[in-house]
Ligand binder design. Structure first.
Ligand code: HDE
Length: 699
């Protein structure tokens, strides 16, 4: 037996970007990682029996001296920490950020500026409204929070998958969240904006209109965390070695393209796989399909005006279209490791917008300024005190000499007699940094003390109107359907009418169709004048994207062409796509050495899991209604089909035909078309045939 190891409370554990988190310097496993062979108490005492409590006689009462029972149960009783007030449901991953050097002229922060510098990161994606146990695919904004463990200290870029926010001022945040969270009386609905109080608030508080429109568009239901953009939302200041500053807006662009679920897929996933996004992220990383994003910046002069062509850079409900100011790539993020322990990493990770490093500074955006107060404040309660930055996942990977002392859950054992500056007893250490210290940009500040904002903040509609005008027809239809669904769940007639009044400021088609869907009169109104549509705001670009981590089902039965299935697997493997053999029941198909394991059954798999479906030669078992349901769902979800040999007859019998359906004699006849169609994410040409109101094809 190896000797029991005593926890070393002073040794800082390292967070590794590979997802193997806590290794001690000597390569030994850190005892706090629970890696030992012998069961012990928290105190390090070996425990010989953890299944029975200590009693006075085998049938007698439990004794108070059973410290093992008391410690085990008591620790369990305190296992939960408060979930985040917002963004409670999340998934995390380790990775690395590599700067490409092109930001060197605008910032002296090596994390962004030093060409080839690799900075470890931890990223947490999240929904906003739902509780920790809610479903991933709810219609909502997604958080995109990145902690850079930079060599100048940690930098947290805490963004969302949408570039605008509901409010212009931090002081409105409690109002927004109280309106969006479940009702205080019944505590329903969970993870939904489709309820009275949300729509009540946003119809009265029209600066939310732009963000709400993004939520109602396909951006509110991403296909995958790996296929979302990310935005810093606010303007930030960057400062270079000469002390010159610019304003920038940050954007993450996914290599896999920006793609969404259909509303039907999102709803199915909420029931059949509430962990849809979390699973997708973990599976992809485990399979080596590492998700990648480029980090880009839009750069603006840091002058007194702080506007660009009339767009206020301090108003977080506005964007500057990329066609006006292009996004310049400054580095690349790759996620390479899943967390080893959900609680220790994804739950305990804590971000703070105020955590910046030299070369990165704040703008005067009142939303950002308020956040800089809120995040530290929230961690004090959620993580139980001021030492949350000492938790392994939050710890900077550089020396910390902050003179802070004590507090709940202090994990260090400070040496020396002083915790103050200046001192002589410890030789004056730690001394203020003579070089490389954080210095705020000396931007001039003046003005009267006032509760108010600039007049430009009053424009609430021109940018939503631009966003809507930039969408493709399919995306517009989805947005209309989303408003109609959400408002259809609202009880108060006056709230619905007020929202229609807001929509009349955006677009006549939008308000007319939503009103028709609700059976309400179309209100009068004139859509706001807006800038030219921005093609970058549409997700349907015609561009083809890599397929890493995508899933394809092959519908098969006992008589299927197994050699063909093997050939299909090889061909899809080369594209980074995983093939899942799906049959009526589990077990194996075929006989002898030529057998194929059934990887999914019609009972356990649902259409949402697959990006395309192939029917193998050799029909599935007759009368398998679930296979027909699958095919028809996939048809409505606009995903590609392929079939070879007699598989084509199965598609025809299920009413599957038209664009994006590829059939041939052998696998080779269909693979190229299938891969090309998947690269477009969906078969958009089919959209008109299967809108939500259309009657499904006959079986
Ligand atoms: Fe947050 N936000 N927020 N937020 N936010 C939190 O911090 C807050 C805002 C965002 O994965 C909380 O640790 C205020 C904008 C993300 O752990 C809290 C305001 C954006 C996450 C908080 C905002 C965000 C949070 C809750 C108005 C996009 C999850 C728990 C000024 C740019 C981070 C916590 C994670 C989390 C406050 C607005 C993004 C309460 C007061 C705008 C991604 O501190």
């Amino acid at each position: 037996m190896p000797p029991a190891r005593k926890p070393d409370q002073s040794a800082p554990a390292q967070v590794s970007p590979t997802g193997v988190p806590f290794e001690a310097a000597d390569g030994d496993r850190d005892p706090r990682g629970q890696g030992g062979d012998v069961l012990t108490s928290p105190n390090g005492v070996r425990i010989p029996d953890t299944d029975h409590s200590l009693k006075a006689g085998r049938r007698g009462p439990i004794l108070l001296q059973d410290f093992h029972l008391r410690e085990k149960i008591s620790h369990f009783d305190h296992e939960r920490i408060p979930e985040r007030a917002v963004h409670a449901r999340g998934a995390g991953a380790h990775g690395v950020f590599v700067a490409n050097g092109s930001a060197a002229s605008i910032t002296h922060a090596p994390v962004l500026a030093e060409k080839g510098l690799e900075t470890p990161v931890f990223v947490r994606f999240s929904t906003v409204l739902g509780s920790r146990g809610s479903a991933d695919s709810a219609r909502d904004t997604r958080g995109f929070a990145v902690k850079f463990y930079s060599k100048e200290g940690n930098w947290d870029l805490v963004g969302n998958n949408m570039p605008v926010f509901f409010i212009q001022e931090a002081i409105k945040f409690p109002d927004l969240i109280h309106a969006g969270k479940p009702s205080p009386n019944r505590e329903i609905p969970q993870a939904q904006s489709a309820h009275d109080s949300f729509w009540d608030f946003v119809s009265l508080h029209t600066e939310a209109t732009h963000h709400v429109l993004w939520n109602m568009s396909d951006r509110g239901i991403p296909r995958s965390f790996r296929m979302m953009e990310g935005f810093g939302v606010h303007s930030f200041r960057l400062v270079n070695a000469e002390g010159e500053s610019v304003l920038v807006q940050f954007k993450w662009t996914p290599k896999l393209g920006v793609h969404s679920l259909t509303w039907e897929e999102a709803q199915l996933a909420m029931g059949t796989d509430p962990d849809f996004h979390r699973r997708d992220l973990a599976d992809a990383i485990e399979a080596g399909a590492f998700p990648t994003w480029d980090l880009g910046v839009q750069v603006f002069p840091d002058n007194e005006e702080q506007t660009y062509e009339g767009i206020d850079l301090l108003d977080s409900t506005k964007i500057v279209p990329e066609e006006m100011v292009p996004v310049q790539t400054i580095g690349t993020l790759t996620l390479t490791g899943n967390p080893t322990n959900y609680f220790a990493e994804t739950e305990q990770v804590a971000f703070n917008t105020a955590h910046v490093v030299p070369g990165i500074d704040f703008s005067n955006d009142p939303l950002l300024q308020g956040r800089n107060f809120s995040y530290q404040d929230t961690q004090l309660t959620r993580l139980g005190g001021p030492n949350w930055t000492q938790l392994p996942i939050n710890r900077p990977q550089v020396p910390v000499n902050d003179n802070h002392r004590d507090g709940f859950m202090q994990q260090g054992i400070p040496t020396g007699e002083t915790g103050y500056h200046p001192n002589s007893i410890d030789g004056g250490s730690p001394a203020p940094a003579e070089q490389g210290g954080y210095v705020s940009v000396p931007s001039p500040v003046s003005g009267e003390v006032v509760r108010g904002v600039a007049a430009s903040f009053d424009d609430h509609f021109s940018q939503p109107a631009m966003f809507y005008a930039s969408l493709s027809d399919v995306e517009k239809t989805h947005t209309i359907e989303a408003y109609t669904f959400e408002l259809g769940k609202v009880y108060e007639q006056s709230i619905k009418e007020r929202v229609l009044g807001v929509l009349a400021n955006i677009d006549t088609e939008l308000v007319t169709k939503v009103a028709e869907g609700l059976g309400l009169p179309v209100p009068d109104g004139t859509p706001a004048e807006h800038l030219a549509p921005s093609p970058a705001l549409s997700q349907i670009t015609g561009e083809s994207f890599p397929l890493d981590g995508r899933q394809v089902a092959v519908v098969a039965g006992p008589d299927s062409d197994l050699a063909g299935i093997a050939a299909l697997r090889t061909a899809l493997d080369a594209e980074g796509v995983q093939l899942k053999v799906l049959a009526a029941r589990g077990g194996k198909l075929g006989t002898g050495t030529d057998q194929q394991v059934v990887e999914r059954t019609n009972l356990t798999a649902r259409s949402i899991e697959f990006d395309a479906v192939v029917v193998a030669d050799g029909a599935p078992e007759d009368g398998d209604i679930k296979a027909v349901v699958l095919l028809q769902e996939v048809l409505r979800q606009l995903k590609p089909f392929a079939a070879w040999g007699s598989g084509a007859e199965v598609l025809t019998a299920a009413g599957v035909s038209g664009p994006g359906v590829f059939t041939g004699v052998t696998v080779d006849d269909v693979v190229a078309d299938l891969v090309a169609a998947m690269g477009q994410h969906r078969v958009w040409e089919r959209a008109d045939l299967v809108t939500a109101s259309a009657v499904p094809p006959a079986v």
